[in-house]
Write a protein that binds this ligand. Structure first.
Ligand SMILES: [Zn+2]
Length: 308
């Protein structure tokens, strides 16, 4: 059996320490120390197997026999989303989409899944019921009948479904709801976030399937999860904007596969004409009632960027 020990982590930077600290020795932040359990010992192999796969053994290979390193990408229905990802979604990549609750992260990714015809998408939600998601999907418009909705938070159950479904893309809403049975801590805690993100990363890499993780942060960034997640994931996108207005900015914070200074602009379209091009102004409806827009959940890439 794997052994468990207690360690201390900095909520700001994820620095691990065997002892409690008042000031983080790595980043200098004060009062960011949090106690957490980690799995360790010789038998930590059982944890490596927690995602149920054998990784490549890493045999020496003549360089000419190694496959072309150029990343394969899936082109998503939004030009702006493709841009912030560095030119499409890289196979096997783990992408964190962070932002405040209610900003529209789930809607943006659900809408992407529903418009991605010809690709099997597994949308895993620990936040909403299947019926709630179906209602939202109907308002958005279902163009991709190969979008599967799973309400599950246990990573081992998710892995089973993943193997059965064999999706092209996985979306997890949200990382704060995931629970690994290999860590004895509640969902949303530092140790669960670290473990479940690492497990999702192994799934992504081993099966070469891109995985999106939605991560909630508050205005003051006080929830540690996403900051620590930044080290684990390949790409970090931040969804920003005033929830009372119709525009949202999707900003690249980190990208292993492209520039980390891209941004995409999305406009909430409460009327449903999501393919209509705008000229840098939100619709009166979107101004009047942002929550209506969120209910309808329709986004499209705006042309505003040319004016910035
Ligand atoms: Zn720190």
């Amino acid at each position: 059996m794997a052994k468990e020990k207690t360690a201390f982590f900095c909520k700001e930077c994820g620095n691990e320490s065997p002892k409690w600290f008042g000031k983080c020795p790595a980043c200098g932040a004060w009062n960011t120390c949090e106690e957490s359990t980690v799995v360790t010992g010789k038998d930590s192999k059982s944890v490596k197997k927690s995602v149920g796969m054998e990784m490549d053994k890493g045999l020496p290979t003549p360089i000419n026999e190694i496959g072309n390193a150029k990343e394969q990408r899936i082109i998503l229905p939004y030009e702006e989303l493709n841009r912030v990802l560095g030119g499409g979604l890289v196979l096997g990549s783990l992408t964190l989409v962070g932002g405040e609750p209610g900003i529209g992260k789930s809607t943006l990714l659900l809408q992407t899944a529903l418009q991605l015809a010809g690709r099997k998408v597994l949308y895993i939600s620990g936040e909403e019921s299947q019926t709630q998601i179906k209602m939202r999907a109907e308002r958005i418009g279902i163009h991709n009948t190969d979008c599967l909705i799973l309400t599950e938070t246990n990573t081992q159950e998710i892995l089973k479904h993943f193997k059965n479904v064999q999706p092209d893309i996985v979306i997890v809403d949200s990382i704060q709801t995931l629970e690994s049975p290999y860590v004895d801590a509640t969902a949303g805690s530092l140790s669960q976030i670290r473990e479940t993100a690492a497990e999702m990363n192994k799934i992504a890499k081993a099966y070469q399937v891109p995985v999106f993780l939605i991560g909630h942060i508050t205005k003051d960034g006080s929830i540690a999860g996403p900051k620590i997640l930044e080290h684990i994931v390949d790409t970090v996108l931040q969804f920003e904007g005033d929830r009372h207005y119709g525009f949202r900015i999707l900003r690249t914070i980190k990208n292993r596969f492209g520039s980390a200074s891209e941004l995409g602009i999305f406009e909430m379209n409460a009327t449903g004409h999501r393919h209509r091009r705008h000229h840098g102004r939100a619709t009166p409806d979107a101004h009047r009632d942002a929550s209506l827009g969120e209910q309808c959940g329709l986004w499209h890439a705006a042309t505003l960027r040319h004016r910035l």
